[in-house]
Design a protein around this ligand. Sequence first.
Ligand SMILES: *Cc1c(COP(=O)(O)O)cnc(C)c1O
Ligand SMILES: [Zn+2]
Length: 441
Amino acid sequence: MRKMRRKGLASMAVQTVETTTTPGTSVDLGPASGLSCRECGERFPLGPIFACELCFGPLEVAYDLPVGDPEALREKIEAGPDNIWRYAPLLPVPADVASKPNLNPGWTKLVKADNLARELGVTGGLFIKDDSGNPTHSFKDRVVAQALEAARAFGFTTLSCSSTGNLAGAVGAAAARAGFRSCVFIPHDLEQGKVVMAAVYGGELVGIEGNYDDVNRFCSELIGDPLGEGWGFVNVNLRPYYGEGSKTLAYEICEQLGWVLPDQLVIPIASGSQLTKIDKGLQELIKLGLVEDKPYKIFGAQAEGCSPVSTAFKAGHDVVRPQKPDTIAKSLAIGNPADGPYVLDIARRTGGAVEDVNDEQVVDAIKLLARTEGIFAETAGGVTVGVTKKLVESGQLDPSLTTVVLNTGDGLKTLDAVAETSQATATIKPSLDAFRAAGLA
Ligand SMILES: *Cc1c(COP(=O)(O)O)cnc(C)c1O
Ligand SMILES: [Zn+2]
């Protein structure tokens, strides 16, 4: 069973990468002490590798974390910059990271969503973690910022990725700022907002005739080929570092709640990396004594047209069967999610669930959030808000508990989703008579 779960990763892992730096020698990535296999626990030195040589399990960053005085650590963090680097002591980055050229993402708003709470019948406190406020308007700036430091440490000169849209823009922008060349790969049929955002920063943008899973397979081949030498793929050969960026969502949410764990979180799932690393971040805060330990539930959200993880969850399976995506939530359209099995483990371990909504519910939820809170989410935000509504209605989400819902992207990038039903109420001549006649006074 375990072997089957890792099939996707194993096919990505057969090739190795040559770099200009010998892994583990002169690499300064702060508290990161090495990589460890999520399946068998084997340790490896820091390097641009992402799968275990022994069992093909995914590698994760291991740390020497600053255990000891939680009060002093809290103070140090609070005195830090208003971006993710306030948490540098907990991330795989050098201590002077804030002084290097990067986009300084994070410290986005945690919005108390009282109007939406009233509409949904949530009484225990409902919050939107609004990551549309990042430099390229999605949560992807967080993960790219970590991968960029790893790319610097390993001597890469080109930054690359396989992307469902937002990642391509985040990589293009980060590379521009940091002085890297970039060449990013996307499915050819993405929303115009995503394509323009990915191209405008001046790097190379390549549309692949196929879906995200085809793009990802292509990138894995490129990594193993001399053509890809010197290339850091943020979500492939730098994936262990990339993933750590999502922990900052967990840190920020807890700090913004007053160093308190939320009771329930609703998180979107594409590859499942963000959800698994948010859980890792919460666990670290508990271990470090930065928050008091208490139970929390993690809920995963998918679009029905690409719901391999929620399908497996509902069927009680612990393997995820790949799907062919067909949904307007293109940023989440990964049919073969690498971290799917771990999402299932986390949802089950914490007493959460994985649920999905259809495209019509996604559009309704985007408009509901906009109408109640003045937040215009991309389709992924429609998925999390829509799933939250569904979970309240089905009784799986407890309305009397503190709930944090993630909005991971900006509605301006997915205008088509709501354009048809969001038009001028009336078009009139510039006269009071015409205005009166339109019945809007
Ligand atoms: C990439 C992305 C996610 C989550 O992706 P994972 O692969 O699951 O980490 C969520 N929302 C948006 C808008 C994204 O672009
Ligand atoms: Zn292993």
